[in-house]
Ligand binder design. Structure first.
Ligand code: BG6
Length: 490
């Protein structure tokens, strides 16, 4: 049998995309709480107050609030994350359904603003700590191992403004303070931790949509933010091991596979350098504990000057991660040549691959890419790996028989599980798989509810209407069978 006996099958979510209850029990505002809904055509917007007046600006990579503006809620806008799927009040019911599918692991994130509402308080908010304790205890009841992301796209709004989105060093201490509270509080309840979700995303998005935003200033911002996050992550890893040597801490990379379009050596070089621009760059620092040689070239390209201290370098070296985890949805094609057939989806850009099919949101379905990625990273880092996000965002319809026949989702997941199987057969040390959005949730990219990933349907639409009732899709029983057979019955 290919999959190891104790393979961690499960599903993944993020606090801001499921919990709702955005202002309940002392929770403070996060950046996502001032982000409106968007669509495939219209970007999500950040809303703010400037000189007493409300305004909004696209929440796009490289963009930020106008100088002097403060993030604020506009009562005339719709914020999908404020209610999301109300996991905050449905967690028992939801975890019970995950248990019914046989989940061994449930990936969730902690909302920083439940623990430290503004971020810079000295003492944590007890109600926030209690909520996650109850969630973890519920998981334990079903022998489900929580896999906890400490930061998943929801920095406290106050901290983000105070430290200019990770441009000031004290942000590192705030993160470490927060992580320490979690490691101490949940000792014995949690074993697996991830520091930052898709840490490479700030750079990745710039590179993907580089033409519109590629000035040196935004790169300076992205590289400095990343450096402080690398240090924060490394210090958290060290602390975790000190607090509980059983803790297993991973990084988390947005894993998009790049291919060259042609055998033109210029395309081959472009492709190699593209891997280095964020995926290897972040993986190398977090797994090898130092900046790679090519980092200098990357910084020079954009005249970047970083604040890096000797102590930072020590922390990076001492705080390498225990496992490599990543999200995988699609691949991407690059070329130095002129092409007309382009992809224009959400978070997907570049040349269209004639060998692949694309989702409604322009994401290429490429299971071979997953095998490829796993094998590349296994060779490079020789660490245990987990695929902590993978899935198909699609519109689901309730059929006349009252059921949701999501065979397209089953096909997608089956192919990716087969790809993982091949990678394991080729020697990859893969220890777990958590499909993204195991229960329908709010899309991070577009803020839509209609971009669904779940085995469990949630009755809520893009305008926030619906009963929030949960329903099993066909994929629910299919995944249950997959887990029960440890991947043999696909
Ligand atoms: C990953 C994020 O980028 O992709 C998730 O970690 C996100 O938060 C997921 O939801 C899918 O993207 P989207 O835009 O379909 O929600």
């Amino acid at each position: 049998m290919t999959f190891p006996k104790k393979f961690l099958w499960g599903g993944a979510t993020a606090a801001n995309q499921i919990e709702g209850a955005y202002d309940v029990d002392g929770k403070g505002l996060s950046v996502t709480d001032v982000t409106t809904a968007g669509s495939l055509k219209a970007p999500r917007m950040l809303t703010y107050k400037l000189n007493g007046k409300l305004g909004k600006t696209p929440a796009l990579p490289g963009a930020g609030l106008p100088a002097g503006a403060e993030g604020a809620i506009d009562p005339n806008e719709y914020y999908p994350n404020h209610v999301a799927i109300d996991f905050y009040h449905h967690y028992k019911e939801d975890i019970k359904m995950f248990a019914e599918m046989g989940f061994k692991v449930f990936r969730l994130s902690i909302a920083w603003t439940r623990i430290f509402p503004n971020g810079d308080e000295e003492k944590p908010n007890q109600a926030g700590l209690d909520f996650y304790r109850k969630v973890f205890e519920e998981c334990k009841k079903y022998r489900i191992e929580p896999l906890v992301t400490i930061s998943h796209y929801e920095d406290p709004l106050h901290l983000s403004e105070k430290y200019h989105d990770w441009q000031d060093r004290p942000m590192v201490d705030e993160f470490v303070k927060y992580a320490k509270v979690l490691f101490e509080e949940y000792k014995g309840l949690v074993k697996y931790w991830l520091t930052f979700n898709e840490i490479n995303s700030s750079l990745l998005m710039l590179n993907l949509f580089g033409n519109s935003v590629s000035n040196d200033q935004v790169y300076q911002h992205a590289y400095q933010k990343l450096h402080y996050q690398f240090v924060a992550s490394a210090r958290a890893v060290k602390l975790a091991h000190k607090i509980d040597p059983n803790y297993v801490v991973g990084n988390m990379i947005c894993g998009i596979v790049d291919y060259p379009l042609t055998p033109d050596p210029k395309d081959i070089m472009l492709n190699r350098h593209s891997w280095e621009r964020d995926i290897f760059y972040c993986g190398d620092v977090q797994c090898k504990g130092k900046y790679p040689a090519y980092a200098k070239r990357l910084w020079q390209e954009h005249h970047v000057k970083l604040d890096i201290t000797d102590q930072d370098l020590i922390d990076l070296a001492e705080g390498t991660v225990d496992m490599y985890t990543f999200s995988y949805y699609m691949s991407n094609v690059l070329t130095t040549h002129e092409v007309t057939d382009k992809v224009n989806g959400n978070f997907a850009a570049g040349v269209k691959n004639p060998y692949l099919s694309y989702s409604e949101w322009g994401w290429a379905t490429d299971p071979d890419g997953l095998q490829y990625y796993l094998e590349v990273m296994n060779d490079r880092y020789e660490l245990p790996m987990m695929v902590v996000e993978n899935g198909l965002g699609a519109v689901d319809k309730i059929s006349d028989d009252g059921k949701i026949h999501d065979d397209y989702r089953i096909d997608y997941l089956r192919q990716h599980i087969q790809a993982m199987e091949k990678a394991i057969d080729n020697g990859v040390d893969l220890i777990g798989y958590t499909t993204w959005g195991c229960i329908d949730l709010i899309s991070a990219g577009t803020g839509q509810m209609s971009k669904r990933y779940g085995f469990i349907y949630v009755d809520r639409d893009d305008e926030g209407k619906g009963s929030l009732k949960r329903m099993k899709k066909d994929s629910f029983d299919w995944y249950k069978k997959v887990i029960a057979s440890n991947g043999a019955d696909l």
